[in-house]
Design a protein around this ligand. Structure first.
Ligand SMILES: Nc1ncnc2c1ncn2[C@@H]1O[C@H](COP(=O)(O)OP(=O)(O)OP(=O)(O)O)[C@@H](O)[C@H]1O
Ligand SMILES: [Mg+2]
Length: 307
């Protein structure tokens, strides 16, 4: 399938020479949810701003729906909805007026049924006549999403949609995103929250210091790079690490009386059977065993630290 968003060799030097993006290449398929994961200052907002035509790239190009974001700005922009990182709303404007106005800016005629539908999806219909300054932070964020949707974009950019949003509302937001995907909208969101990417993304891009380190299907990423950990709880604390166990490079936590063994989840030989045999040879009695898959978080930290 042709990419709906395509970014080629994109670099950005801000005035003063700081390089915020380094040769970024990225294709986004129609209908997918892509999470851009990266620490503060990684270049996430810069990348989104260039695709949305708000910031000019220093070199390289980007297209949306086949339209160049510079050369065919109006066509490209009409396909894009943007929910900015900073909340910016007219305090005295009502919610419904904010939507009508935004739709008008895109040259689209008023469509009360559509706006009602959008507000209902975002649980804001009962607030339609409230002034935006009367809303809570989480409601304001949802108004931003509603505004971004009211010209019926095919691609929605969400720049940290759940920053400063409580756990319950974050889950609600994820449901909204999933619903939008079901409606055929392509979604690119940025986040610091690994669990957010893990919860809703189809693919994850990891960006650090202006470089897109990788983009992969979430499952592949977790499988390919994932390690598994086995925690072995002991009946008795260990005085010294027996010689026979040294090759396993176990971590030992004295207060929890736990040995931790890390191994490749999909490696041919996990080493577990021989570890058990050697534990038994060393006369160590086990109380409990538990294994867990390393999370996207472990992978992310490893990548950003350059492991
Ligand atoms: N207008 C600007 N002028 C100069 N430097 C800028 C400008 N905007 C951003 N930068 C710099 O570019 C780098 C990337 O910023 P960007 O806002 O893209 O990061 P981000 O990944 O969105 O971070 P955050 O997670 O904090 O939102 C930062 O070092 C930032 O200081
Ligand atoms: Mg940002």
């Amino acid at each position: 399938m042709a990419a709906i968003v395509s970014v080629k060799n994109l670099s950005k030097h801000y005035d003063g020479g700081f390089q915020a993006l380094k040769d970024v290449n990225l294709d986004i398929e129609q209908g997918e949810i892509l999470a851009l994961l990266g620490p503060n200052g990684a270049g996430k907002t810069t990348l989104i701003s260039i695709i949305c035509g708000l910031v000019k790239a220093s070199s390289g190009s980007a297209t949306v729906g086949g339209f160049d974001v510079v050369g065919d700005f109006r066509q490209a922009r009409s396909l894009i909805g943007l929910v900015p990182q900073e909340i910016a709303l007219e305090p005295f404007q009502t919610v419904i007026d904010a939507l009508r106005f935004t739709r008008g800016l895109f040259g689209k005629r008023n469509d009360p049924a559509l706006l009602k539908d959008i507000l209902e999806k975002l649980s804001l219909w009962d607030k339609k006549d409230a002034k935006t300054m009367e809303l809570s932070g989480g409601m304001k964020r949802r108004v931003l999403i509603a505004k971004a949707l009211c010209h019926e974009p095919r691609v929605l950019f969400l720049d940290e949609p759940t920053a400063g949003v409580d756990v319950e509302l974050r889950k609600e937001m994820w449901d909204v995103v999933r619903q939008l995907k079901a409606d055929g909208v392509t979604i690119i969101l940025t986040t610091h929250y690994i669990e957010e990417a893990e919860a809703i993304a189809d693919r994850v891009g990891v960006i650090s210091k202006g470089e897109l380190l990788l983009v992969e299907k979430k499952e592949t990423l977790m499988q390919r790079m994932g390690m598994r950990q086995m925690r072995v709880e002991l009946m008795q604390p260990l005085e010294v690490m027996p010689e026979i166990l040294k090759p396993y490079e176990l971590d030992y936590s004295a207060d929890e009386r736990t040995l931790i063994y890390s191994y490749e989840a999909n490696g041919e030989r996990t080493g577990i059977a021989s570890l058990f045999a050697d534990l038994s040879k060393a006369g160590i009695i086990l109380r409990d065993v538990e294994t867990r898959q390393s999370s996207l978080e472990d992978i992310f930290v490893g990548l950003v630290e350059g492991k």
